[in-house]
Design a protein around this ligand. Sequence first.
Ligand code: HEM
Length: 475
Amino acid sequence: SAPPGPERGHWRDRGGERRPEPSRPRGLAEMPGPSSAAFIFELLCRGGVRRLHEMQVHGRARFGPVWRARFGPVLTVHVAEPALVAQVLRQEGPEPRRALSCPWKQHRELRGAPGGLLTLEGDAWRGSRRLLARSLLRPGAAEAFALPVAAAVTELCPHVPMSPMSPCPRCPHAPGVPMTLMSPCPTAISWVLFSSRLGCLGDPGDSGDSGDTEAVLQSVGAVLALTLVTMALPRPLLRLVPAPWDAFCHAWDQLFAFAKGHVDRRVAAVAARGPLAEGDTCVTDLLARERVPVSSIYGNVTELLLAGVDTVASTLAWSLYELARNPGAQRAAAAATAAALGRLPLLRAVVKETLRLYPVIPANARVVPECDIRVGDYLVPRQTLITLCHYATSRDSRFFPAPDAFRPERWHPFASLPFGLGPRSCVGRRLAELQLHMILLRFEVRPEPGGGRVRPMTRTLLAPGAPISLRFLER
Ligand code: HEM
């Protein structure tokens, strides 16, 4: 069918709904925004890419809800108003895209490596998405993984209060989240992906190598740390100074090799053992049972591993940090959870409010390849990258009075969208929430005396910019 386009006096969104046209739409040339030089100058003055999330707030204050800016070679339209974010998402169609091209996709092309949900598009994405959503997102799906995740968490929890709250020396990319809080996350996700216990915090795990967890953390950290750099630097410059691109590709290669080893081991183990007992299953089994080609299993498992480690670890660190600083909210969450017999109303609100203050993905993106789309007063040409400024909308005092305060009882749809929305939203959401709730339920936390205020920093994801120090008390 013909793509929806502007009509006289009205325009149709991609759902086919007819909407009145408030005025003649303006073009990109009429959109406000800094020149490339001014943007780079301001970014450098404010502390470089690690302060990119704050640039959203300054951009909103200076240019209004929609502005354009160049990030390296890429021109992008920034949208920092909940109603306009909703307008973009209504027009994204059944196969939304986050980018036409990006360093992650370029790595797959260069290596001939299989993609996963993060990088696939079109039919290939739809096929993987259907299967993974069935196993990870349908109601009750996360419960299928509750036992293995609970086992991983239970095994690790006694080590947590005893382990030093220092960053892992082999993971210089994650300065803020202590190893203590990082390590349960790869352990839990590896259970879910390939039923393998990774070694960590002194435990050798199934492979007998206690360095497994650190190796994964190191590769994930390096990919995240180098993504923005490889995106911002123009191609000719990257050819001249190839170190960042080479290190970026090497980190992805390591992650692929790690996932492949574990997938192969699991497929061989299941083939040797015959039908699985109920409850003994993982994502690799589910995909293999659907006769998904093994290369596609490698691609998906690798990308799930990338997506499922630092996202949860950062959110866990921030949740505990805010609970430690807000003992009233901590007491209320514990009391409400005890009274609700397993339902977690206030604990859910704690995680939501944490993600409002520290959205792990501070800016999401969309690109509509085949038609121009309407954003407020503007008509944005097809194939333009649109940056959805979630950090700015989450800290907007019109929607969240005293926006820097931690108040779990509040919420606003579209101003805070930590897991995205629609067909391309986070496929690991239920699993992330399951892990976070299980770990948060286990501990009471207090700030370490002398531990100061920690600011977030952007390293593709929004992470703590300085070490978070906590004292743990087991409940
Ligand atoms: C607190 C933890 C997490 C947060 C805040 C988060 C957030 C997000 C967001 C904002 C997106 C983009 C959605 C969009 O474009 O509309 C996304 C996508 C995705 N997430 Fe998560 N995520 C988390 C944990 C996880 C975990 C644990 C996994 C893996 C099990 C995971 C796997 C993915 C994948 C594969 C996608 C791409 C989905 C697709 O393109 O179809 N995420 N996530």
